[in-house]
Write a protein that binds this ligand. Structure first.
Ligand code: NAG
Length: 298
């Protein structure tokens, strides 16, 4: 899930955040996931100030307190986090048993239970790669990274990691989406630079937030199928489909952003033959389910 970060004022949560957290706990009790991915905009609207910021309690610990959610949370920063102190979010890793944010970008590898397969997820900082959105109102695009050298270091790291991966499933995960039909739309910088890498190294796709909807898009390019997941309804819901015609024709498989609901999130389950994605509404209703095939690399 992405875009889950409450609000700047008391009670520092939204009704959507609380209901989505309750449903995550129910699913977690039943399905016993190994981890949660938190894909940025962790603290609205201006991130945290330092490692002792009360928002770690108010917006994170007390909301996702069910015992079933005391599992590793792998965290990456979003544009709202970059309005504050991302180093403090990294430092919080040392104070928490579950918050895991070792660096601005980092690799994850998991064994798929009952198999000898692995899944690689490369956690990327899309603000450092593409630039900040100073005013994220009305589809403002990140234009150029603040520090070009830092961005190129991360791009080079990412390409090395993608090239080296032998995993059965390989994804990137970050805050900005590659493709989205909603308010912000596709991120030009990621379409230009991340997409060709995913395709070249036969990755499975990219998980993102940023737009406050649930979306699944699928493209096939040079016989590589790529899946793009947007999961940004864990705190706010925005029904905009402003960029419906900014994505490749027929790529949109699912879009949902019902403002009468209390949000939703994506549940993923990897097996030898398929990786199943389910979008689950805050009341438990399964909105959509799809399968992703393993990579075609061996
Ligand atoms: C960011 O947070 C860290 C950890 O609490 C702190 O050491 C640092 O001074 C903070 N930076 C700013 C600019 O406040």
């Amino acid at each position: 899930m992405g875009d889950w970060g409450g609000t700047s004022n008391a009670p520092y949560t939204t009704p959507v955040e609380l209901d989505t957290a309750n449903q995550m706990a129910k699913i977690s009790r039943a399905r016993k996931p190994s981890f949660v991915l938190a894909l940025g905009d962790n603290f609205y609207y201006n991130g945290v100030k330092n490692v002792n910021d009360p928002r770690f309690q108010e917006t994170f610990e007390v909301v996702y307190r069910d015992v079933s959610l005391l599992i590793p949370w792998y965290v990456i920063a979003g544009n709202h986090d970059w309005r504050g102190n991302v180093s403090a979010q990294i430092a919080y890793t040392k104070l928490s048993n579950r918050w895991r944010f070792p660096y601005f970008f980092y690799p994850l590898t998991f064994k798929i239970p009952g198999t000898s397969d692995t899944i690689d997820i490369l956690m990327i900082d899309t603000v450092l790669l593409c630039g900040h959105v100073i005013d994220d109102f009305h589809g403002y695009q990140p234009n150029v990274p603040k520090d070009g050298t830092t961005a190129e270091i991360q791009w080079a790291w990412l390409e090395r990691q993608l090239a080296a991966s032998k995993a059965r499933y390989l994804f990137t995960a970050g805050h900005f989406p590659v493709y989205s039909v909603a308010e912000h739309g596709p991120t030009r910088c990621l379409v230009n630079r991340l997409l060709p890498l995913l395709s070249r190294y036969k990755a499975n796709g990219h998980f993102a937030g940023h737009d406050h909807s649930l979306q699944h898009l699928r493209t096939t390019d040079h016989r590589v199928t790529l899946d793009f997941i947007v999961s940004g309804t864990a705190n706010f819901i925005d029904p905009s489909t402003r960029h419906m015609h900014s994505v490749p024709q027929d790529s949109l498989k699912f879009h949902w952003a019902d403002t009468r609901s209390k949000g939703g999130f994506c549940f993923a389950e990897a097996e030898h033959d398929k990786l199943t994605l389910t979008f689950i509404r805050a009341d438990g209703h399964e909105l959509y389910k799809t399968n992703i095939a393993p990579r075609n690399v061996l």
